[in-house]
Write a protein that binds this ligand. Structure first.
Ligand SMILES: [Zn+2]
Ligand SMILES: [Zn+2]
Length: 341
């Protein structure tokens, strides 16, 4: 397994420019694989790498954690995976197996966990070298560009919903209808929940219905919490928004035992009225993406139920343009880089 040459789009320093370079990708070390990247989603969290928002990122660094590709080389000590298999790699970039959360099977909470595109070079490239224990197998039915956004936006919404405690028929509201939200609406509807989509503007109503929402609430003209209460109160509100005021308001839309699950990180700490929490056994929780196996479940469910991200694709060389498009908030709804490999 010789090293291979390929393109990579790297960030030179925190806040620095993207730079397209030709580089060598080493042989996979113990426990590792090398993936020939076919597609990589551009996620808002790539801004962490671009702007150095986590401490200790080593530059230059290649961002990208919504990776779909083909196994190009597999270390001799790795079971299960073989060259030629189609695999995905997401935010979760491997776990240690030996810390206390790992020993309890909570791999996503690994104390030594790695993050793709932050701890090591990610998918804005022709190749990625990754820990085998972070991989998901991609089912044949999914195209690479469709699988890629499911590796972060998809697994985060699907995995949080399936662990939310909501049962088929329960009232589940998806707050926000952007990159995560438009997938959340599909997963909720396809999971059999009575699905409410909440977004800004009446013009989003037809799309919400098309994605499977049973009810649409325009938060610019309606008090969405009051509307949810009229429907009996939400069993789960999945928030994909990043503004603190919406989270404060959302607590008022929960039914008894209802849970507000936060996926988007708000711009500042938010306040919550404790009375409805205490008086109705309501709760506020967060959720962090998922492991390779969770992603594989997401891919399989998406193939089964025909859940698809709406995407805009850019060639790898246009990563800067693609990143700016994503950051503009105008993309409908996920931006995906394709390598042509
Ligand atoms: Zn992401
Ligand atoms: Zn661990």
């Amino acid at each position: 397994m010789p090293s291979v040459s390929g393109r990579a789009v790297q960030v030179t320093a925190a806040g620095g420019a993207f730079e397209l370079v030709q580089k060598q990708f080493a042989d996979p070390g113990p426990g590792q694989v090398r993936i020939r990247v076919q597609a990589c989603g551009v996620c808002h969290s790539d801004a962490i790498t671009k702007f150095g928002l986590f401490p200790g990122i080593a530059y230059p660094r290649v961002p990208g954690h919504e990776i779909a590709g083909v196994l190009d080389a597999v270390a001799a000590d790795v079971p299960l995976f073989k060259p030629g298999q189609r695999v995905g790699l997401g935010w979760h970039g491997g776990h240690c197996n030996y810390c206390t959360p790992c020993r309890k099977g909570d791999f996503i909470l690994c104390e030594n966990g790695k993050i793709s595109g932050i701890s090591f070079d990610g998918g804005y490239a022709d190749y990625v070298i990754a820990p085998a224990n972070a991989l998901a197998l991609i089912p044949d039915e999914l195209l690479d560009a469709d699988a890629a956004p499911l590796m972060c936006a998809g697994v985060t919404t699907y995995n949080s919903l399936r662990h939310s405690g909501a049962k088929p028929g329960d009232l589940v509201a998806i707050l926000g209808m952007g990159g995560l939200g438009h997938l959340g609406v599909q997963f909720a509807a396809k999971s059999g929940y009575r699905t409410v989509a909440i977004a800004r503007g009446e013009d989003k109503a037809p799309l919400a219905k098309q994605l499977g929402a049973h009810i649409y609430i325009d938060s610019t003209t309606q008090d969405f919490a009051a509307e949810l209460q009229k429907l009996g109160g939400a069993v789960v509100i999945l928030s994909t928004l990043t503004n603190a005021e919406s989270l404060t308001a959302a607590v008022g839309g929960l039914g008894p035992n209802g849970k507000l699950v936060i996926l988007g990180v708000p711009d500042k700490p938010f306040q919550a009225n404790a009375i409805p929490l205490v008086m109705g056994n309501r709760s506020i929780a967060g959720w962090a993406s998922g492991t390779g196996m969770d992603s594989e479940d997401t891919l399989n469910f998406s193939a089964l139920a025909n859940v698809k991200a709406m995407i805009e694709t850019f060639p790898l060389e246009k990563a800067n343009e693609a990143f700016n498009r994503m950051m503009s908030g105008k993309a409908r709804f996920r931006v995906v880089l394709t390598t042509g490999n």
